[in-house]
Write a new protein. Structure first.
Length: 759
């Protein structure tokens, strides 16, 4: 990379790329023994699932993220797969360590099994077990897949005046980065290596020290050391060109040093996916599983690795990286992996090298490089500065916390405790798609189910929650989880218009509230005498999330009435003033011919303790981590706005009122979850007669997916012509309130929606 290119291209464009992760995790029983159960059947065909498969063993799950444009999103995606897998296991954990747990005899380790389609995969694993031993195959780790953005590569190519083709230029770029990363990989291991101990059931052997070692042998990264899983012979691919690289590997196969190119266990592996003659991306394979992080790797570690790759690309090479140089780089890498727990200089290649000074110098050069390139992304600079502190204070590395825990609790108990902590967290966050928390919660739940089913997805418009789902020949476009191709546009428009909905339902003999429509605020206000003394609901004709709705049970105060009219007109040019029907409001979620969930939504409320004000009680209730804003948590925070103040006023209260002990105070009449209400599942408690009415209402509007709001005075009585009323049908009903109600059973509407979409 010439200095002119380096100087002419500035800014965070250098950080653009695609990032992917592959993580191997062994399944263990609750005592830390290798699980001998089959791969979870819920994930289907191991060869076809894009996110969850197996590695060498049936007990060794491999989790794969797609290529993603942000490191935070990539780590989050991996954590979400981890959550999904964890929740499907029965009395088992995902082992949070690269070094295996308690292992049985070789012949008892289950090699991954496949149907006839996977016979070749099975045969290859049997070959590896015979050659290297099945226990060695159970070293687990994380692979980082990385590609520079096409835009960045194109700009570099245009500025380079290169005489080669663009594809050849990309190959040169990736090969140079790979060579530099192979020279520098020791630095990542020095800072983030974390496989320091081994269980006695695992016998380590090392070509450099060919004798068994016991449980007391400790290294910084056993997996990356001479004791780790590696080829028997020292193999040195030609990284000078794509042709040379492929030819050198073919020669290794001919010489029977490896059986196939995939048996070359190099720390960096160029990948040829889109074109067999040109590099698509490269794979960095030296990452130990971090036992202190549920995903197995932190964003800081991954950002540092990305920064190291950029440093390698933008700095000069001092040699040809031939076999002699590769051997030296390998020895340095292995030496750091073996002796990197030392916080003082240690012997490598028969020289006393102060690796800590060397590490600090390189990190400082990377920081200067980022400054010179105009890269000012806070997360990267923070990660680099944290890495510099690790190099200055080696004792602050995570590996020492792991060692301390192992010494205190024991190798297996320490890791089982961490695995149990992560499982608990997976359960607590079972509604969340990590890295995509800005999406509506219903969309997050749908995408989690897509991952479980092996359905690929692409976020087409993140702000609009618009995604494309694809599996085999089935492609579906979905917006906000429930806007799908299953419903036609006219039906959606009809549901959106409350007046149209009422007319259609009335024609079908389905009861709806009586009322009047208004297109003029003055006319609506002038009709106060018509509505005075009658319980009414004043609402926009087209609204969602309960916005603009006011319920006046007494309706004696004209000033309050007039303000409610103004509020409704703030949200639409047409409003409805309808009779208020007493009873409890229930949300019926209909998919096709079935009611799949029913919720009673309790209006926003607090319970008095005798000394806190309503304001203080709301603030206390809002501290619940399940409450948030914008449909990104199962419950919404209670607001302290004008609508709440008006409703409290109708009860002769305000925000500074102190309710008595045990007194329940409602801040809203309408019961929407979006305005802070509580959701209570009633699916099994409502008579079928009401469910039949809900399905008939959906059919009347010719809709497949809807959230229907029904008032029922007495849910113990069967439905009649006058003991219910349908308030509205919603064209975009939330599913998360049924999946994670305040009280009651998860109705798993994300699963039912995926079924309806044909997955």
């Amino acid at each position: 990379m010439t200095k002119s290119i380096f100087n002419s291209l500035k800014g965070n464009i250098w950080l653009e790329g695609l990032f992917g992760l592959e993580k191997e995790n062994i399944r263990v029983d609750q005592a830390g023994n290798l699980a001998l159960t089959p791969h979870p059947a819920v994930f289907g065909n191991k060869l076809r699932h894009p996110y969850v498969t197996t590695d060498f063993s049936e007990s060794q799950i491999e989790m794969i993220t797609p290529p993603l444009p942000e490191i935070g999103q990539t780590v989050g995606f991996l954590e979400t797969i981890h959550d999904i897998v964890s929740l499907e296991l029965t009395n088992e954990y995902l082992w949070p360590q690269s070094i295996p747990p308690i292992l049985p005899a070789d012949q008892q380790i289950p090699i991954a099994s496949y149907d006839e389609e996977g016979s070749e995969a099975r045969e290859y694993r049997e070959f590896l077990a015979q050659k290297y031993g099945p226990k060695n195959q159970l070293f687990s780790g994380i692979h980082f897949n990385f590609s520079f953005s096409e835009k960045l590569l194109k700009l570099l190519y245009l500025k380079s005046d290169s005489l080669v083709s663009f594809d050849e230029f990309k190959d040169e770029t990736y090969l140079k980065t790979a060579r530099q990363m192979l020279r520098l990989r020791w630095l990542y291991v020095l800072l983030f290596g974390n496989s320091p101990v081994v269980d006695p059931s695992f016998e380590l052997r090392c070509k450099m020290a060919p004798y068994p070692v016991d449980k007391n042998v400790i290294a910084l990264s056993i997996r990356n050391s001479c004791y780790g899983y590696r080829n028997f012979d020292d193999l040195y691919p030609d990284y000078g060109s794509v042709q040379g690289y492929k030819a050198s590997i073919d020669q290794m196969v001919k010489d029977q040093k490896i059986a196939a190119p995939k048996e070359l266990y190099s720390a960096i592996r160029p990948k040829f996916i889109h074109n067999p003659d040109h590099i698509s991306y490269f794979e960095f394979r030296c990452i130990d599983i971090d036992p202190l992080t549920k995903a197995g790797i932190s964003e800081d570690a991954l950002r540092f690795l990305h920064a190291l790759a950029l440093y390698g690309l933008l700095t000069d090479e001092t040699d040809d990286f031939g076999p002699k140089v590769q051997a030296q780089a390998n020895r340095y890498h292995t030496g750091v992996a073996l002796y990197g727990l030392n916080s003082t200089p240690f012997l490598i290649d028969e020289e006393k090298q102060n690796v800590w000074h060397k590490a600090q110098a390189i990190i400082q050069q990377i920081i200067r490089l980022f400054t010179d390139c105009g890269i000012d992304q806070f997360g990267y600079m923070q990660s680099l500065n944290q890495a510099l502190q690790l190099a200055k204070k080696p004792e602050s590395r995570k590996v020492y916390e792991v060692l301390g825990g192992v010494v205190k609790d024991g190798y297996v108990p320490f890791h089982i405790q961490k695995a149990n902590e992560y499982l608990t967290d997976s359960r607590d966050k079972s509604y969340q798609f990590h890295g995509l928390e800005d999406l509506e919660l219903s969309t997050q739940l749908l995408l989690r189910e897509a991952v479980k089913r092996g359905v690929s997805f692409e976020i087409l418009d993140r702000k609009e929650n618009f995604v494309r789902l694809k599996k085999e020949d089935n492609t579906q476009y979905v917006k906000q989880a429930t806007k799908t191709s299953l419903d036609n546009y006219a039906s959606i428009l009809a549901m959106e218009n409350k007046l149209v909905t009422k007319k259609i339902l009335e024609e079908q003999g389905i009861r709806v509230p009586k009322g009047l429509e208004y297109t003029s605020a003055d006319t609506a206000k002038a009709d106060f005498l018509i509505h005075q003394g009658k319980p009414v609901v004043i609402k926009p004709n087209q609204t969602n999330f309960g916005l603009g709705i006011t319920i006046l049970k007494e309706n004696e105060d004209e000033e309050t009435y007039r303000r409610a009219v103004d509020i409704a007109f703030e949200h639409d040019s047409t409003i409805l003033i309808e009779e208020f029907i007493a009873g409890k409001e229930f949300r019926f979620f209909v998919i096709g011919d079935e009611v799949v969930g029913i919720l009673h939504r309790v209006p926003a409320n607090v319970t008095g303790d005798g000394f806190r004000t309503i304001r203080e009680l709301v603030e206390l209730k809002n501290q619940d981590p399940l409450r948030g804003k914008g449909y990104r948590t199962p419950l919404e925070k209670i607001q302290l706005g004008e609508a709440e103040a008006m409703f409290l006023k109708s009860q002769n209260k305000d925000f500074d009122t102190v309710p008595t002990l045990g007194e329940v105070v409602y801040l809203r009449e309408n019961s929407n979850i979006s305005t802070g209400g509580d959701s209570i599942d009633f699916t099994d408690d409502i008579p079928d007669s009401y469910k039949q009415i809900a399905v008939l209402a959906a059919k009347a509007l010719n809709v497949v997916i809807t959230g229907l709001d029904m008032i029922i005075p007495d849910v113990t009585a069967e439905a009649t012509n006058d003991n219910y009323a349908i308030i509205e049908l919603n064209f975009n009903p939330a599913i998360h309130i049924h999946c994670h109600p305040f009280q009651g059973k998860n109705r798993k509407l994300n699963e039912k929606l995926m079924n309806a979409l044909g997955y």
